[in-house]
Design a protein around this ligand. Structure first.
Ligand SMILES: *Cc1c(COP(=O)(O)O)cnc(C)c1O
Length: 390
């Protein structure tokens, strides 16, 4: 697809492959293997000297379409899809790290990511140091001779801290490390980390790319050298391939991604402004608010502030639980990225296994509530929250 096409066009058109039937909507190829014309073609496909489909663990036309479309949106040379977001993070580290390597990671990343680095990679001789997502000098100071990877997520969950991708890419480069950005909260519609110097972009497609809470999926985007070639080889051998059915759902999700991201971000900004003025709310964390410590950076780095916000109510845990339990519309669930608004109490759920001291140090208080804003009318969301606040 020509470079000059806008993101909205690429979301709808990029990567489309048509079969001999000339179907208009992208086809779902539910098949585990592909047939060859003759023994010689089988041999050349296996040898890799002829392009073409072999087996769905390697590649599948529906999965290829999803990969090509997401690559176009991220402005990436290549993209490889995986069974889930965690499978994408594992693929990135399995391909690019070895025993004896060191990782510098933001201390405000997805909980399972921290478990993966500590409990699994730790057993294979990869050590991880955790630093503040916003303090560039901490990343610089954490660098060792064997540091090979910087890993971050921006904005962070649930406090929406914004990392400076461009600055951290420079620090990573001078350290000889790759910078991987988990772009789940923004998607390429709001933020394109590769343009800012990141080497790898990681997705849980389960969230905004699907957008309607239906399937699991993941992806890694980047250059052919860092992603296309080695990750395809890894997937072929290690096996965490994306199912064609899920790829088809996610491909269709990409078609409405821009509309959803912009609408859900606009709704989140409206809700954040309302919460900030509410007498029962002590503080609102949302990069779109002028009061946010990295507001200017978010304005530069992102096209909109995203759909996730958090806020602190007075009265600690009891106050927060009252607001959550008084809702009738929004869903009480830890998931996010859905068109249905979700609400959760981080201190007793997503961050419940961290010690109270570590939680307090991370700024996750007992009165904190996280909301991932969907596509309902903002006035209905306000009514739903007002019941417990007042
Ligand atoms: C959900 C999530 C993941 C993990 O993705 P799965 O698809 O659930 O495996 C990773 N990073 C972030 C930021 C997420 O929100």
């Amino acid at each position: 697809m020509a470079k000059e096409h806008q993101l909205s066009t690429q979301g709808v058109r990029a990567g489309t492959l048509r079969s001999e039937f000339q179907e208009h909507s992208e086809a779902l190829f539910l098949t585990s293997s592909f047939v060859f014309d003759n023994a010689e073609q089988a041999a050349t496909r296996f040898a890799g000297t002829e392009d073409g489909m072999v087996y769905t663990r390697y590649t599948n036309p529906t999965v290829s379409m999803f990969q090509a479309r997401l690559a176009a949106l991220e402005g990436a040379e290549s993209c490889v899809a995986t069974a889930s977001g965690m499978a994408a993070i594992l693929a990135a580290v399995m391909v690019h790290l070895k025993a004896g390597d060191h990782v510098v990671c933001s201390n405000a990343v997805f909980g399972a990511t921290i478990q993966l680095f500590n409990n699994i990679l730790g057993r294979f001789g990869v050590e991880t140091s955790y630093v503040s997502p916003t303090k560039v000098d901490e990343w610089q100071q954490a660098v060792r001779k064997n540091t090979r990877l910087f890993f971050l997520e921006t904005p962070s969950n649930p406090l929406t801290e914004v990392s400076d991708i461009e600055k951290l890419a420079k620090v990573a480069k001078s350290a000889g490390a790759l910078l991987a950005v988990d772009n789940v909260f923004c998607t390429p519609i709001l933020q394109r980390p590769l343009e800012l110097g990141a080497d790898l972009v990681i997705h849980s497609a389960t969230k905004y790319i699907d957008g309607q809470g239906r399937v699991m999926g993941g992806a890694i985007a980047g250059s052919k050298k860092l992603v296309g070639e080695p990750m395809t080889a890894y997937l072929r051998t290690a096996g965490p391939a994306l199912s064609p059915f899920n790829a088809w759902v996610l491909l269709k999700g990409l078609e409405t991604l821009q509309l959803r991201m912009l609408a859900q971000s606009a709704a989140a900004l409206e809700l954040a402004r309302w919460l900030e003025k509410h007498p029962k709310v002590a503080r609102v964390h949302y990069p779109g608010l002028e009061s946010h410590p990295q507001h200017a950076l978010a304005q530069r780095q992102q096209r909109a502030a995203g759909a996730v916000l958090s806020f602190e109510v007075k009265g600690g845990r009891a106050g927060a639980w009252r607001v959550i339990d008084s809702t009738k519309l929004v869903s009480i669930t830890a998931n996010l990225g859905d068109v249905k608004t979700t609400i959760i109490h981080p201190a007793t759920t997503t961050h419940g296994r961290i010690s109270p001291e570590a939680r307090a140090a991370a700024g996750i208080g007992d009165g904190l509530i996280r909301v991932a804003v969907g596509l309902e009318a903002v006035s209905d969301l306000q009514d739903d929250l007002e019941r417990g606040l007042s």
